[in-house]
Design a protein around this ligand. Structure first.
Ligand code: COA
Length: 166
């Protein structure tokens, strides 16, 4: 069984993430979408909230499981017997950081390879921070995130403003 992990903060999941998840699910038998912690970031949504939103938008995709994990990605891959880490690449600017992470993860767990999928052209500009920033300024996030989670994001971000940045 080919098991892959698609890790991220997903704070919140965007239409670009969903695009990668749907395409990656077709490349393996089981795709674990793992809500993880990026220590450089202060999230706006709790891990449970991020999992719940992901579950709502990709829970029906065959072979996809949504999980959360708070340790090292390399350890989680070993724990789940995953041979592949899936990452999305949006632009050349993503490459250097992703290259470093892929090498570090392979050093920590020689049994795991990172596979990069090019983000679809219409989502090249997208990030979770851009979605939160637009929402915080009263903008329209239609199409940037799946419809089913749009209201949750607007309610939370408009209530708390940009406090997730501080
Ligand atoms: N569409 C839209 N946005 C996308 C995207 C896509 N296809 N792919 C990435 N993005 C966005 C993300 O939303 C994120 O936006 P943000 O910076 O506004 O939050 C940004 O691009 C960066 O994405 P990514 O590089 O995947 O970072 P992340 O914070 O989502 O995930 C972890 C990073 C959690 C995977 C990483 O920190 C990790 O592995 N943590 C576990 C601890 C560990 O093992 N550390 C050592 C690693 S060597």
């Amino acid at each position: 069984m080919k098991i892959a992990i698609y890790p991220g903060s997903f704070d919140p999941v965007t239409s670009g993430h969903v695009d990668i998840i749907r395409r990656a699910a077709g490349l393996c038998d089981k795709l674990i979408v793992a809500v993880m912690h990026n220590q450089a970031k202060k999230p706006a949504f709790s891990p449970e909230e991020r999992c719940e939103m992901l579950q709502r938008v990709v829970g029906d995709v065959p072979g996809v499981e949504v999980r959360m994990f708070s340790g090292l990605l390399a350890d989680y891959a070993a724990q789940e017997h995953a041979e592949t880490i899936i990452k999305g690449l949006r632009a050349v600017s993503d490459f250097e950081y992703e290259f470093q992470m892929a090498l570090a993860n392979r050093k920590l767990n020689p049994g795991v390879d990172t596979v990069f999928l090019m983000t679809s052209a219409e989502y090249m500009y997208l990030s979770s921070s851009i979605v939160k920033d637009i929402a915080a300024h009263g903008g329209d996030i239609t199409g940037f995130v799946p419809d089913s989670i749009q209201d949750d994001i607007l309610l939370r971000i408009r209530k708390e403003g940009n406090s997730w940045q501080r």
